[in-house]
Design a protein. Structure first.
Length: 584
């Protein structure tokens, strides 16, 4: 059996209305739910990421506060007169354990207003790298100390923070400061190193900010470049970033952005803050399951709200269906009666909606149809009478041509050549005007029509004008609108003739795919800026008809262009698309 094609019009309007309403409700709600979920997920991630980012910034600011204390202590050591004197004299790299230097440095290091328990020691070194004095239990490995001092000497920075391990592999943060002479500007005379316990430093930061005690929770600190993890939740770690993060490089993420990754195998969202003083990469971790739980709770509330909206929409749908179906049923029954020829009753629907307006229009239409039936017979009779009248007053072109040919024959018998020639040209013009139904003809035929017209005009204006032609070879066969040039030439004769012989020139050529025809005369001319004169000379039936026919057949961009000035004649340019016609 052939498969039946489904067509929407096979469904009743009520069914179509129900289906469309459900589609209009359910589909947008589903799309809205998906968009809302993605949007809300992004919003939640952004909000929590910004919050975590702010925590990292507060943590970094708190750490900076304590690191500045260490820098102030190093300033006290650097500016001490005994230290300056000793380092200025120590140029040979010989170790000098001067008790006065040790006492001065110890006093500066143990400044009661600046000293903190996480400050574990200091070292004073000469410019050559010789350690002059040291306090505390921290001793760096000689090779590590030498590399640190070499890096500091080769750097343009006068201070730098470095994460290092002492001889017992305990982790410390080391502040290395260059010491410059206070007497000789720019003279480098030594180094001072302050040792800070990293774990104790971050514990102190948490104690100082009781309200932000959780600021460091879920925080991972890494060395830049190497990817080595220094601290995880304030505790020293020897892990690599690849052991902590999956498919994510924290060194590549900074600013207020976030990224999704796995932290120790758990799906998480992370944000990154780079510490300005030390260069550390500080990573804040947000477990993703906490974010998903919060989103699911809000989505459940959203679904409940959508369900309530759908129930309200269903109730409104029932009422809307009734308000549409009943009036339509009345219209259907009414049109059936009208189809059977019953015009005695009307709908008379007083409603002000679209169906009410439609019913009123149908009532008007039925009343008009009833009147049309009564007028139809009279109208048909009148139409037949008009057709007879038209036939009665029609002019037979053959009768006109035969009469003119008789006049021509008599003129030739009597030797009146001018009249004979004029009648011949007039016959040609009438034949082209009355009997020719072609809209488009070759330019060659149009020029012939113009020539016949000019022969007739020479009878009236004998010796008062001359005509010349300049037609290119390919322009002769170009397609033009029939009777296009004669009104223009007529305009030149009627408005251009004065006391001298009027020279009219018709030129036609093909330029860039356009047929360009110019009709130029050296007659009186006129001022084209004077609207009244222009309107009087060029808004007649002939020229306006030519302009309208050209534009209707070829487009608004084509037509006539008139140039003229008093005493300099007139130039009319016609531009058409070039289309060669078949040779006749």
């Amino acid at each position: 059996m052939p498969r039946r094609k489904f067509h929407i019009r096979k469904m009743k309007i009520s069914a179509r209305l129900t289906v469309s309403s459900l589609c209009m409700c359910l589909i947008p709600v589903a799309v809205l739910l998906v968009l809302f979920y993605n949007r809300y997920q992004t919003t939640v991630y952004d909000k929590l990421s910004v919050s975590k980012k702010q925590n990292l910034e507060l943590l970094a600011a708190a750490v900076d506060y304590h690191l500045i204390k260490c820098e102030n202590i190093s300033d006290s050591i650097m500016m001490d007169a005994t230290v300056q004197s000793t380092l200025s004299k120590n140029t040979g790299g010989v170790q000098e354990l001067d008790p006065e230097v040790n006492a001065a440095v110890s006093k500066a290091f143990n400044n009661l207003s600046l000293w903190e328990s996480y400050m574990k020691g200091f070292s004073l070194c000469s410019r050559s790298g010789t350690q002059l004095c040291s306090m505390g239990f921290i001793n760096l490995k000689p090779d590590d100390l030498a590399r640190l001092l070499d890096a500091s000497a080769g750097s343009r920075e006068f201070k730098q923070w470095t994460f290092m391990q002492d001889m017992k592999d305990a982790p410390y943060i080391v502040l290395c400061r260059k010491i410059f002479s206070t007497e000789i500007l720019g003279q480098h005379i030594g180094y001072v190193l302050i040792y800070v316990d990293a774990e104790q430093l971050f514990d102190t930061v948490g104690q100082d900010s009781a309200e932000d005690a959780g600021a460091a929770a879920g925080t991972i600190i890494m060395e830049p470049g190497s990817g080595k993890v220094i601290l995880i939740d304030n505790h020293y770690s020897s892990l690599d970033s690849s052991d902590v993060f999956s498919y994510f490089d924290p060194n590549l993420l900074n600013g207020e952005k976030y990224a999704e990754t796995k932290v120790f195998g758990a799906d998480s969202v992370v944000v990154v803050q780079r510490h300005s003083k030390t260069g550390w990469v500080m990573v804040g971790v947000l477990p993703k399951e906490e974010l998903v739980t919060e989103m699911n709770q809000l989505i459940l509330q959203f679904i409940i709200v959508v369900a309530i909206i759908l129930l309200i929409g269903a109730g409104l749908l029932v009422q809307i269906r009734r308000s549409i179906n009943q009036p339509i049923a009345n219209i259907v029954a009414f049109t059936k009666r009208v189809a059977q020829g019953d015009f005695t009753k009307l709908l008379n629907d007083p409603s002000k909606d679209e169906i009410g307006y439609l019913s009123a229009d149908i009532d008007v239409m039925v009343a008009q149809i009833s009147e049309l039936f009564a007028k139809n017979e009279a109208s048909e009779r009148k139409k037949r009478q008009l057709e007879l009248d038209v036939l009665e007053y029609q002019i037979n072109p053959h009768f006109l041509f035969n009469t003119l040919n008789s006049f021509k024959y008599i003129a030739e018998l009597n030797g009146i050549t001018t009249i004979s020639t004029g009648i011949t040209s007039l016959c040609n013009l009438l034949k082209n005007t009355i009997t020719n139904s072609e809209e488009f003809i070759p330019l060659r035929r149009e020029i012939n029509n113009v020539s016949d017209y000019l022969l007739i005009q020479r009878i009236k204006f004998a010796g008062m004008f001359e005509i010349s032609y300049d037609i290119s070879e390919e322009a002769w066969d170009a397609t033009v609108v029939r009777l296009m040039l004669q009104p223009i030439v007529e305009n030149s004769i009627l408005h251009g003739i004065d006391e001298h012989i009027l020279q009219i020139r018709i030129r036609a050529c093909v330029e860039d795919g356009l047929l360009v025809i110019t009709i130029t005369d050296d007659g009186k001319g006129f001022d084209t800026s004077d609207r009244e004169i222009t309107k009087r000379k060029f808004t007649g039936i002939g020229l306006s008809n030519v302009q309208e026919r050209v534009r209707l057949n070829f487009g608004e961009q084509y037509g006539l262009d008139v140039e003229s000035s008093p005493g300099s004649g007139t130039k009319v340019t016609v531009r058409l698309p070039y289309t060669p016609s078949q040779r006749e």
